[in-house]
Design a binder for this molecule. Structure first.
Ligand SMILES: [Zn+2]
Length: 391
């Protein structure tokens, strides 16, 4: 069952009792407590999981079948990104998916921050957000165009803590709406291509030179991007905030830990940045593992899978399954693994079941209550989420 192939009592006290053969009843105590401490590969499809960071465009029947078979519920996030369809189309697609799969799909809206110094921008944006939240959006994403692409009429870069956004955030905080913040980029974006630590980053920034900030000293620095985000959180201590992509601090678990310690209202997601933690675990697996244990209530699983726009549905289904399974093996297993993104081998983190439950499911459900209404009676446990229970 378990990939690592070991079983033992789930807690130290029970294990000690099992070692006392004179106490006959202790054998029963151990037998009753025989659940392995860790999940194995066989548990992958059975455990109800949430991928809290995907971008789905179109109907994607093959991908949705895969998500169901693999036990995933999804948060699809609208982003004002030139590579994606126009925002109105993204909202339309998210609503259609959510109607078709009400317990499997939730969605996050966003707003267009371009032209935010126009006199009618605040009222227009507020109206648009009111509408999309009334339609069922459970969170609102703010993206890296704020800080890296938008300038006001005086030529100044518009940052996330700009006064013009305050009424929008005030309204989201008052309603308890979760804000998903993608500010800055991986630190690699501020390095020359040949110094980047991850092959995927090198490829992305070579293909998207507009975001390769090493080439754009005219925009605020890495530290300035994150400082603006941190000032926003200081101004709104009650904001429910997810620093997506490990809050752009992916290169050092100490920095992520510091961020989470300083901002108790914040969580982070792993989307497209787990590879950076794998790289760190080549050098110090224990440190990365301790990070997960220490912040097990503040980390959300997310993949950043994107598809449906100029992409084959069946190919996305295959890509999703491979990516989900590889992440699961790193987080739950203890095998030695390799990544196509860097040299060197690293060992799976073998996180306990309780930690996996939180990262893959409970943290997202707590932060976004009602986002994925259950299809089975409450209290019937993870097995109730077996594939096939979804309409
Ligand atoms: Zn994303």
């Amino acid at each position: 069952m378990s990939l690592g192939g070991y079983r033992k009592c789930a807690n130290r006290d029970a294990a000690r009792w099992c070692l006392a053969p004179v106490l006959l009843w202790s054998a029963f105590a151990c037998a009753a407590d025989a659940t392995p401490e860790r999940y194995g590969d066989d548990d992958f499809a059975l455990l109800e999981k949430i991928d809290a960071h995907v971008h789905l465009h179109g109907a994607l029947p093959e991908f949705m079948k895969r998500a169901q078979a693999d036990g995933f519920r999804l948060l699809t996030i609208n982003v004002n990104y030139a590579d994606f369809p126009p925002l109105n189309d993204q909202v339309r697609d998210a609503l259609a998916l959510q109607r078709q799969y009400p317990s499997r799909i939730a969605f996050a809206a966003t707003f267009d921050a371009a032209g935010s110094d126009a006199p009618d921008w605040p009222a227009r944006t507020q109206r648009q957000l009111d509408e999309v939240l009334a339609q069922g959006a459970v969170a609102v994403k703010v993206w890296k165009d704020i800080g890296m692409q938008l300038r006001d009429r005086t030529g100044r870069a518009v940052m996330i803590d700009d006064a013009r956004f305050v009424p929008v955030f005030e309204s989201l905080v008052a309603r308890g709406v979760v804000v998903l913040g993608h500010q800055g980029e991986p630190r690699n974006a501020w390095l020359p291509l040949e110094q980047m630590t991850i092959r995927g980053d090198r490829e992305y920034f070579a293909a998207h030179p507009q975001y390769h900030m090493f080439r754009h000293p005219e925009w605020p620095s890495y530290d300035e991007q994150l400082a603006a985000r941190d000032r926003l959180l200081e101004r709104f201590p009650r904001m429910k905030f997810v620093g997506v992509h490990l809050a752009s601090l992916e290169w050092d678990v100490d920095r992520i830990a510091e961020f989470l310690a300083r901002h108790p209202q914040a969580s982070v997601d792993l989307a497209a940045r787990l590879v950076h933690l794998q790289l760190q675990s080549v050098a110090d697996r224990d440190k990365v593992r301790k990070f997960f244990l220490a912040f097990q209530d503040r980390i959300l699983y997310g993949s950043d899978l994107a598809g449906g726009h100029n992409q084959d549905d069946a190919a996305l289904a295959v890509e999703a399954h491979e990516a989900w399974l590889a992440d699961w093996q790193f987080l739950t297993g203890d095998a030695f693994l390799h990544s196509a993104d860097f040299e060197g081998r690293f060992q799976g983190l073998a996180l306990p079941r309780s930690v996996i439950d939180r990262i893959y499911r409970d943290n997202a459900r707590r932060l976004l209550p009602g986002a994925w209404p259950p299809t089975t009676p409450a209290g019937s446990g993870p097995a109730a989420a077996r594939p096939g229970t979804e309409p």
